[in-house]
Unconditional design. Structure first.
Length: 212
């Protein structure tokens, strides 16, 4: 991995990120996450109806030789598998929730932003921990600009951090995540389902000795 070259690419691509809503109506919402399976990555993508959040479809893709993890370059590791899984969908969601940062990133192009730009779709990043920015009264600021939000989706659990990926505003990103929360799950329902079903695939594969 030539990190200097990847950094240059990120800086170039980040200027293309749009933090405005590119949609009016939402009929479907997707969830996308990657899970580790030995030395492989399993990308899991679901599409749910909105606002019922009933799952319509689920697709997975396995990446056998992912790039090593480097802080700030998660997209280069996980995006190939996520794109492969996404391209298997029969119906593209109106908005895609991604387990990872959006613009809350050193160069304002975390996994959700990079994926949204690559697929040309609205995306929202959802993180378990705040890795960039300063938290003030539920808002995450970077250089004085609000780029994300803190949300507590389950009592007595740690909060989540939400940021727009691409073609979504900060305000709408938070509103959508709030509307996709289903008790008692901590993650927004599309991400919860993607993670749960992805874990089933990885467990089944491991138990069968690597044969799906």
């Amino acid at each position: 991995m030539d990190l200097l070259e990847l950094k240059r690419e990120q800086l170039k691509l980040s200027s293309k990120i749009v933090l405005q809503d590119s949609f009016s109506d939402i009929r479907t919402i997707g969830g996308a996450t990657c899970l580790q399976m030995g030395e492989k990555l399993v990308a899991s993508v679901v599409v749910c109806e909105f606002p019922s959040l009933k799952m319509k479809e689920h697709k997975t893709a396995v990446l056998t030789n992912p790039l090593p993890y480097k802080t700030g370059y998660l997209a280069y590791r996980e995006m190939p598998a996520l794109i492969d899984a996404y391209n298997l969908l029969d119906e593209e969601p109106d908005v895609l929730l991604v387990k990872g940062p959006g613009v809350l990133h050193q160069r304002r192009i975390g996994l959700a932003s990079h994926l949204g730009l690559a697929l040309n779709i609205p995306t929202i990043g959802v993180q378990d921990a705040l890795t960039f920015g300063i938290l003030e009264e539920g808002k995450v600021l970077v250089d004085g600009e609000v780029l994300g939000s803190e949300i507590r989706t389950r009592e007595h659990s740690n909060p989540l951090y939400v940021s727009p990926g691409h073609n979504v505003s900060v305000k709408t990103a938070l509103e959508i995540v709030a509307k996709t929360n289903v008790y008692p799950h901590k993650l927004p329902e599309p991400l919860h389902l993607a993670h749960k079903l992805g874990r089933k695939i990885t467990r089944k594969t491991v138990e069968s000795g690597g044969q799906e």
